[in-house]
Design a protein around this ligand. Structure first.
Ligand code: ATP
Ligand code: MG
Length: 311
């Protein structure tokens, strides 16, 4: 914050200085010409030349001064903007670290607890199976988190190798929705409308990560018991549409563009009740783009959000 004020102060100081020197230069020129004017006595020709010269110099100072001013102001604005961006990123990064640590810790803690319970107590088979399934789910959650973070890092460093091949994405979507639904912790109804045998050149892993992020969000930002709709369709010439619609809290218009930024999470860090790292949609957008797709978000009616990826 302090640095920002220092920057504004410096820039204002430079601008003031600059105006002052321009004024001085013009004044000095006037003075100079005035002296030579009186020295010229009755020589009208020289006086005329002097007046012309003065006029030319004025225009030179004004012209060059304006260009310099323009450069200075644009430079200032560009610097200020990138300054602000860095600032915001640094803050989000801090929040990210906090939430990541928390996010990773809770499934780990519950897996540990379940393993300890299994070890210490003689538990009947049915209950034991439930515990083991729960532990597997937690491990899956942890795995998804790690995969997200790793993928975000390798996307950033351009080291992720997308392995494009003909994939039956209908199968990928159906399987993922099935796995998603079979988790006993889920509290949402999922309705699907999946066209059969939709094929496209895709990286199956990245594609399912993209859908998983959209599904996780739909569940995370909607009250329990509401409906999530997943659609996959072929549309006009060669296009494929993947759509995830929820009936949740929705996204404000000003946030609609920002949510795809790295680490961005809507709302205020203190008041926010959900957990997350702000990486999900950043990755989803990159994966969509890599598949020559475009991801958009709009309002669902009467409430909620619709995420649509067009490939
Ligand atoms: P994670 O990295 O764990 O996915 P996250 O869910 O917070 O964390 P993103 O998936 O990138 O991060 O989403 C960014 C933000 O967009 C969320 O914090 C949330 O505010 C908003 N958002 C995303 N999906 C929805 C949705 N379906 N409904 C309402 N808000 C959403
Ligand atoms: Mg998310």
């Amino acid at each position: 914050m302090r640095l920002r004020w220092v920057f504004i102060f410096l820039l204002s100081y430079i601008l003031l200085q600059f105006s002052w020197w321009t004024y001085l230069l013009i004044d000095l020129n006037n003075e100079n010409v005035r002296l030579r004017y009186s020295a010229a006595g009755n020589n009208e020709v020289e006086k005329q030349v002097l007046a012309q010269k003065l006029n030319q110099r004025h225009w030179m100072v004004i012209g060059e001064g304006s260009v310099f001013l323009l450069l200075l102001v644009s430079g200032g604005i560009i610097t200020y903007r990138s300054f602000n961006k860095e600032f915001q990123l640094a803050r989000q990064q801090k929040n990210f670290l906090l939430s990541v640590t928390h996010e990773y810790k809770s499934p780990l803690a519950s897996i540990k607890l379940m393993l300890e319970t299994l070890l210490k107590h003689d538990i009947e088979k049915e209950k034991r199976n439930t515990l083991i399934k729960s532990a597997i789910n937690d491990a899956d959650r942890l795995n998804a988190l790690v995969e997200n973070a790793l993928l975000a890092a390798s996307i950033e460093q351009h080291t992720y190798r997308f392995n494009l091949e003909a994939v039956d994405v209908s199968k990928v979507v159906s399987e993922l929705v099935y796995t998603f639904q079979s988790n006993p912790d889920r509290k949402h109804h999922i309705e699907t409308d999946i066209e059969h045998h939709v094929e496209m050149k895709a990286d199956a892993f990245a594609f399912s990560l993209l859908l998983n992020n959209l599904l996780e969000n739909a569940a995370k930002y909607s009250p329990a018991g509401t409906l999530i709709k997943v659609e996959l369709k072929k549309s006009v010439p060669g296009k494929i549409i993947l759509r995830v619609a929820d009936q949740g809290i929705g996204i404000s218009d000003s946030d609609k563009v920002k949510i795809f930024d790295k680490f961005y999470r809507a709302g205020n860090e203190e008041t926010r009740s959900t957990k997350g790292t702000g990486l999900g949609l950043y990755i989803a957008k990159h994966i969509a783009e890599y598949h020559h797709g475009k991801i958009t978000v709009s309002n669902n009616l009467p409430k909620g959000s619709v995420f649509e990826v067009t490939f």
